[in-house]
Design a protein around this ligand. Structure first.
Ligand code: PXP
Length: 236
């Protein structure tokens, strides 16, 4: 199973000061040097974390693959067609949400999704659809021409360790099996962390996990000792 790391959280921190650090491009490089097999980033409509310049730089500097998360927006589609990332992951997007809250409703807008991804597929970009682990969404996804789905693991992650865990986990397992039967490859992500990720191995055929928040959160604490020691040495 492969690991895609989402670097949006690094850009959020950078933007909090409006300066240049921490640099998400450098973060992507560190991720690649330590086992990330792709870098995921979400170019949001409001550009609240990753910005256009970041994406234009990443496509030149990455040694692995760029997976561009995007909503069905024409201006982002234009950027994708220009830079040609390895893959795009189509997500729903609400302006006010803190992070992507639910899966894309492919079943409810099959024609729109199919038309939107067509030029991307024609340009040789791999297309993934971020959906909830539901049979109707998987079946609709298989009709669009997309090669991948990414299963939303948010409900499983929230239910982890509670009496809802098995139910949520079963939904992921069933959706993955159905998707593969219909010829789709399967990724998963959202809310996965160091406690709950191990169960992903019980899902046969999972290709890649996309993980961001828990990795950046852990990095803060594991990097903090060195950062403080270095500053203390400098000002001594
Ligand atoms: N996959 C998708 C489609 C996402 O929108 C996100 C969140 O940006 C992730 C994976 C990663 O989620 P998290 O930051 O909770 O690991």
């Amino acid at each position: 199973m492969l690991l895609g790391v989402n670097i949006d959280h690094v850009a959020t921190l950078r933007n909090a000061r409006g300066g240049f650090e921490p640099d998400p491009i450098k973060a992507a490089d560190v991720c690649e040097q330590n086992g990330a097999t792709s870098i995921t980033t979400h170019l949001r409509e409001d550009r609240r974390h990753i910005k256009d310049e970041d994406v234009y730089t990443l496509i030149k500097t990455l040694k692995t693959k760029l997976n561009l998360e995007m909503a069905m927006a024409d201006d982002i589609q234009r950027i994708a067609l220009e830079i040609k990332p390895h893959s795009i992951c189509l997500v729903p997007e609400k302006r006010q949400e803190i992070t992507t809250e639910g899966g894309l409703d492919v079943a409810g807008q099959l024609e729109k999704v199919t038309q939107f991804i067509k030029p991307l597929l024609d340009a040789g970009i791999v297309v993934s659809l971020f959906i909830d682990p539901e049979a109707t969404q998987v079946e609709a996804s298989a009709k669009t021409g997309a090669q991948f789905i990414e299963m939303h693991t948010g409900s499983y992650s929230e239910a982890f360790g509670t009496d809802k865990e098995e139910e949520e986990f079963r939904k992921l397992k069933n959706a993955a099996a159905l998707a593969q039967k219909l010829g789709l490859k399967v990724n998963a992500g959202h809310g996965l962390n160091y406690e709950n990720v191990h169960r992903m191995h019980e899902i046969e055929g999972l290709y890649e996990l996309n993980i961001g928040h828990s990795i950046i959160s852990r990095a803060v604490f594991y990097g903090l000792p060195e950062a403080v020691r270095k500053m203390a040495d400098l000002i001594k």
